[in-house]
Write a protein that binds this ligand. Sequence first.
Ligand SMILES: [Zn+2]
Length: 243
Amino acid sequence: MGYLIIAIVLFGLIVAFIYGRKLELLKLDARDVFKLNKSVSTVLFVTSHPDDECMFFGPTLLHLIKNNVTVHLLCLSTGDYYGLGETRRVELLNAGLKLGIFPSQIHLVGSFHDDIDNYWDGREVAEIVDKFATVTKAEAVFTFDDRGVSGHRNHISTSKGVRNIKSDVKIFELISVNTFRKYIQVADIVLSIFNPACIALNLGQFRALHHAMSCHKSQLTWYRRLYVIFSRYMFINSWTEVR
Ligand SMILES: [Zn+2]
């Protein structure tokens, strides 16, 4: 028992050290993580449902916004699986304000139906993303990878669609980790630190993200509340540049 406690304490110290080191590095490197334009930067996040921005992309959104990058959010469905599309639209706008994304930078297109059993047409997704990449003059597009973090078919379709866009922009995909890593919160920094495009939040930023997530009232079931507490995506994002 004594050895177990010592091991847990040692592991906790290692996590705290690496986490602290990462936060320091982010202060110095800030926008360099994604090699974005130093003067004027605009990026486009492409999500599938209102609440994806908080549940999966929050650390990166807050990090970029803090560094004066203009962030546009394109959400491809209203999240109307239970017929709550209008409610969720308002929740998204409120959550955006908490994150620092103005309503004029949130583009909620109801072109696709929220449905976990269906894939969306990749060409249609690509056409819409191309249109918004052009309109917003985005330098880079951020979205899911081909496992969509949770394996949701709409997320996977979003990723595939973005891979097919014609716009001359960088594309970054959020790396999906296995279930164990997904729920070990900040401890996952030990395994994420080797990724050069890894973003971590400090406690103050985590609170801001928590407040933003609380705007998605219609989605706050007990299991999502647990997700918010334990998910590493509420603290850490790691990215792959696919082009
Ligand atoms: Zn989603």
